[in-house]
Design a protein. Structure first.
Length: 205
């Protein structure tokens, strides 16, 4: 598509790099911003800048946070003896939206995937193991997507912590195989958490 403004072309190019947004949608968004008061566009620009420069990972669970410790880990009303292990920040949001879990989380930052060159060292697995050894929780729940990669990641962590005196469980298979946690409907996910099973009963290896 030909543009008569280098500034417009540059903005469209940057917006179209976002997932799920093609060039036509990016153009529509750019022209929409142009119609709005300049102050609104500047507020958007500032929000983006502040987000990228000030957002942090919680020092405990690696969820995103405005401070060194996220609001969930800092909440004394949460059950800190139950740790739910998830792949991404979006999975934390998905589980929280069910309203059925009052424990705390640990965000791995992904799953083990040799095909994509992602090894255990590329994830926050070692900090999780050290956290479990340090905090001695009552239960660790694997809420990982039921995919080959998710199962592999769960099994890897299980082998590292199975000799510790803790309960290790996984969400029930209400979530279909291959489905990512963040896309599961709230009712299905809530039931999967509520009906979780001991991890060793889920092993297929």
């Amino acid at each position: 598509m030909e543009y008569h403004s280098k500034l417009l072309s540059r903005l469209v190019g940057e917006i179209s790099k976002l997932p799920g947004i093609g060039e036509r949608t990016a153009l529509r968004l750019a022209l929409h911003l142009l119609k709005q008061p300049q102050s609104q566009s500047l507020q958007l620009a500032k929000a983006l800048t502040d987000f990228r420069t000030q957002i942090k990972h919680c020092r405990i669970c690696y969820n995103i946070s405005d401070t060194d410790t996220c609001s969930i880990c800092a909440n004394p009303m949460r059950d800190h003896q139950t740790i739910c292990v998830v792949e991404t920040v979006r999975d934390v949001m998905a589980v929280e939206n069910t309203g059925q879990f009052n424990g705390v989380y640990h965000v791995l930052g992904g799953v083990i995937s040799p095909m994509e060159g992602i090894s255990p060292n590329d994830l926050f697995i070692q900090p999780l193991i050290e956290r479990i050894q340090r905090e001695h929780p009552n239960e660790v729940i694997f809420a990982l997507s039921p995919t080959v990669e998710g199962d592999t990641t769960g099994y890897y962590i299980y082998k590292e912590i199975k000799d510790l005196d803790i309960k290790i469980s996984t969400i029930a298979r209400g979530v279909s195989f291959g489905e990512e946690i963040e896309y599961a409907d709230e009712m299905t996910l809530a039931r999967s958490i509520e009906n979780r099973i001991p991890f060793d009963q889920s092993l297929k290896f």
